[in-house]
Design a protein around this ligand. Structure first.
Ligand code: 6GU
Length: 287
């Protein structure tokens, strides 16, 4: 998978170098690059934003630098897909590069095609995620959908957002998905992108060490996870629930399921209402 992030604060995305995502990049499972729209400005002040038409507080991101940045990463993704299609011999392992690569403004070579941004015949158009509190709420289901894509692009607006014409124009080249983390307001999309990229990339085969740990976690079976315990069996006079030391696998499974049900009912009654009744057994109904 290829992930491009457009941000005027590339340093904000540095945590993507760490841990499992950083390793996925070094392993070549994931290609990750951050592009700064400011590198696509031509004025002396490298202006990326301006005051909103119609008045109001804050600043709005200008469409031109954002579109040039988007076009450069769409083109880069298309080129990479085309060259990997053409290749028949197995690829040599890539040399180690910094996990987050900053894409410098590419000055177009004379004679190079600038208008056509067609991607390879066999690859789908990239998905442009626009993080915004005005978006559809990002869920585990959406994380799975995005994990199946070849090329994701995240456009991190700041302040009051990006000029709507950037998004309207982008629809001619990419599939646009405005996504929100939830009902609260952040200063910009960067922190939301850290969360979404982590949720998506951990679903890519080869990124997480143990794929079985994906199956059991919260939000995969429609219920929250059961509580977990480790040694010592008694800690500060608090004992681990006896059932877990009993060795009765069937009873332990039942206990965990009951914990999931009561915890979900208490914390997330909306999830209980959304359950498929066909997925409940007789014992579930006794909780
Ligand atoms: Cl995705 N962006 C911003 N700026 N604020 C948010 C959000 C996203 N999700 C919740 N609040």
């Amino acid at each position: 998978m290829r992930i491009d992030v457009l941000s005027i604060f590339p340093e904000y995305l540095q945590p993507l170098n760490l841990s499992l995502i950083g390793k996925a990049v070094t392993d070549g499972v994931l290609h990750l690059a951050v592009t700064d729209p400011r590198d696509f400005t031509t004025d002396r002040h490298r202006t990326v934003d301006d005051t909103p038409y119609g008045g109001g507080a804050g600043m709005v991101m200008k469409p031109e630098p954002w579109t040039l940045a988007l076009e450069s990463v769409v083109r880069a993704g298309g080129d990479a897909a085309a060259s990997s299609c053409a290749r028949t011999a197995p690829e040599a392992p890539e040399t180690a590069v910094p996990a987050v690569v900053t894409n410098p403004a590419q000055t177009t070579e004379p004679g190079a095609a600038t208008s056509s941004l067609t991607v390879g015949k066999h690859s789908a158009a990239p998905v442009l995620v626009v993080p915004s509190p005005a978006g559809e709420v990002f869920t585990q289901r959406i994380a799975y959908e995005l994990a199946a894509e070849e090329h994701l692009i995240f456009a991190c607006g700041r302040y009051e957002g990006i000029d709507e014409r950037f998004i309207d124009n982008a629809r001619t080249e990419v599939r646009v998905r405005p996504l929100s983390l939830g009902d609260y307001v952040l200063n910009g999309g960067e922190v939301a992108v850290l969360a979404m990229v982590e949720a998506v990339t951990r679903l890519i085969p080869g990124v997480i060490g143990n794929p079985e740990s994906l199956a059991e976690e919260s939000h995969t079976g429609g219920l929250l996870e059961y509580p977990v315990y480790t040694k010592p069996a008694v800690w500060r006079e608090r004992a681990v629930p006896e059932i877990l030391l009993s060795g009765h696998h069937g009873r332990i499974e039942r206990w965990r399921r009951d914990q999931q049900l009561s915890r979900t009912a208490q914390r997330r009654p909306d999830m209980i209402l959304a359950l498929d009744p066909a997925q409940l057994d007789r014992a579930d109904l006794a909780v």
